[in-house]
Ligand binder design. Structure first.
Ligand code: AMP
Ligand code: MG
Length: 516
């Protein structure tokens, strides 16, 4: 495997001289940094698939050397660590300079197939962008990011990847729910991997500062490095439209699998349309468009499940405003990009909804069928992943509401909605009959769109509780099951179960903050 310095080093202005201390960094897209060594790095988990793609030999993975590199204690030839400079709109307000406060880009790995991947450590110590924080990350949030990144990849959702989870051997003090109760927790570092970690905020910051030179250069470099197929006088417009389309596809996938990001700020939006920055994310269990896992969502539920398509649109509008000075008097291309988002989302969602319901094509009145289903699922508090797997296996023409009663978290509400369900099943049966698709084909189509295994918060929490006690078996079992989320795996029933009652008021399961 070949390692190269980050391409930004040569392409964009930056602070080449390492300098400690938190500060405002102007006219620069990056700062040279050094990871702060940790005392006892130990590899807890890694992604075998990603390691293989990158060309790490299986022998190398099990050596202490690997943990030394993936904790930032040791640099390999070719690595030139930097932290990058970005801003962002958080919870609807401009937040100024943010930057990689605890992420350190080590360099780029040239994979076996010649593709380039950036390697980034999260939690490897402070940078100029750490503001008042420590640059570290705790095991619970790192384990969540590690598992969920690779689970999303297996689910077919665009995402940044996670190569490794390393325990630092050091404690990190955090106040779990911001309730004035700080405690030491075990520290950890995740090595994230992506073609690029560029965010909307990388463009917003120079734009907000009126630094049009840097803004323009940032766009040129991003197009050249990440969108080389775009060129000519319309390249910037096409770039924005492409970001819009990719964001639309990403969010449509989130809606398909029931993923709630929880902190959809513009600094957490990838220019490649990848799911990035796993924090207080969650998975829909009882279907509820109003649900958010993030208890720090100050404006109460700005980042709910059902609002994600609108929030992505809002975030794109913020990116469009940042790019506006590059378009002078003719802003039409940016409006066209916003329209491209709406079209791409609609198209992606129609296709995915058809697959979820096992329909060969999506017709105009199918939206009403789906909306009625979602209304009923919300009212009767139905487990979303389990419901879609169940109806794929049944013939709706002969299914009675009682066949689905065990999927409700609220038996009384279920009873109240039983007639509505009956009606819906009848409509669905008629709709399916109109296509006359072979039932096994329909089921295969549905099962390929509706995951059976997703990293529900309480499953992650069980893996965290055990790992904090030094027991990695639960983490390994969860990781293995999530490698094949669409395939029924004998023996894995407990990973495809309804949320247990204890998870309702357990922090980390029902309530998640940004503390990490
Ligand atoms: P997030 O809410 O995790 O997306 O983070 C928002 C900003 O806070 C980013 O600039 C992060 O780099 C920074 N940040 C979050 N946690 C820490 C930490 N423990 N140390 C330094 N910076 C942090
Ligand atoms: Mg972030």
């Amino acid at each position: 495997m070949h390692l190269h310095p980050p391409r930004w080093l040569a392409a964009l202005p930056g602070e080449a001289e390492e300098r400690t201390g938190v500060r405002q960094v102007s006219a620069a897209a990056w700062s040279a940094v050094r990871a702060t060594p940790v005392s006892a790095p130990r590899l807890l988990a890694h992604s075998p698939a990603l390691a293989r793609d990158l060309g790490f030999s299986p022998d190398a993975l099990s050596t202490p050397w690997f943990a030394e590199v993936l904790s930032g204690n040791r640099l390999l030839p070719g690595m030139r660590p930097i932290a990058t400079n970005y801003g962002g709109h958080q919870f609807g307000h401009w937040a100024g300079q943010l930057g990689d406060g605890r992420a350190i880009l080590l360099g780029e790995a040239e994979a076996v197939d010649g593709r380039r991947w950036e390697l980034q450590l999260k939690g490897a110590g402070p940078t100029p962008y750490s503001r008042s924080a420590d640059g570290r990350a705790v095991l619970r949030s790192s384990l969540r990011e590690f598992i969920c990144s690779e689970a999303m990849q297996a689910l077919g959702v665009p995402t940044t990847r996670a190569l490794s989870l390393v325990a630092t051997g050091e404690a990190v003090v955090r106040d779990l729910l911001y309730q004035g109760d700080p405690r030491p927790e075990p520290g950890a570092i995740v090595c994230r991997v992506a073609p690029s970690f560029t965010r909307f905020g990388h463009f917003e910051l120079p734009a907000a500062r009126g630094d049009l030179g840097l803004l323009r250069r940032m766009v040129e470099v991003t197009i050249a490095q990440e969108f080389p197929q775009l060129s000519g006088p319309n390249a910037t417009a096409e770039f924005f439209a492409e970001v819009a389309r990719r964001s639309a596809v990403m969010v449509a996938h989130w809606m398909r699998v029931g993923f709630v990001h929880g902190v959809m700020n513009t600094d957490n939006m990838s220019i490649l349309g990848l799911t990035i920055d796993y924090g207080p994310f969650g998975w829909v269990e009882n279907f509820d468009p109003d649900w958010t896992p993030n208890t720090t969502d100050a404006q109460r539920r700005r980042y709910r499940f059902g609002t994600q398509p609108q929030v992505a649109h809002w975030n794109l509008a913020a990116l469009a405003s940042a790019l506006a000075p590059l378009f002078g008097d003719d802003q039409a291309p940016l409006h066209a990009g916003m329209d491209a988002y709406a079209r791409a989302f609609q198209q992606a969602q129609a296709g995915m909804s058809a697959d979820k319901l096992g329909l060969a094509e999506w017709r105009d009145d199918d939206s009403a069928l789906l909306q009625e289903l979602y209304r009923w699922m919300q009212a009767a508090q139905i487990d979303m992943p389990l419901f879609f797997r169940r109806i794929a296996a049944l013939d709706p023409a002969t299914t009675s509401p009682q066949d689905l009663a065990d999927l409700s978290y609220a038996p009384q509400q279920f009873e109240r909605e039983a007639v509505a369900l009956s009606d819906w099943l009848a409509r669905y049966a008629v709709r399916l009959a109109s296509e006359a698709e072979h039932p096994p084909l329909r089921r295969a189509r549905m099962d390929a769109a509706n995951p059976l295994y997703v990293p529900r918060n309480w499953l992650l929490q069980q893996a965290i509780d055990a790992a904090e006690q030094g027991d990695l078996a639960e983490l390994q079992a969860l990781q293995a099951v999530l490698e094949r989320p669409y395939e029924t795996q004998p023996g894995a029933e407990r990973f495809a179960a309804m949320r247990p009652a204890w998870a309702l008021d357990r922090p980390g399961c029902s309530a998640l903050s940004c503390s990490s």
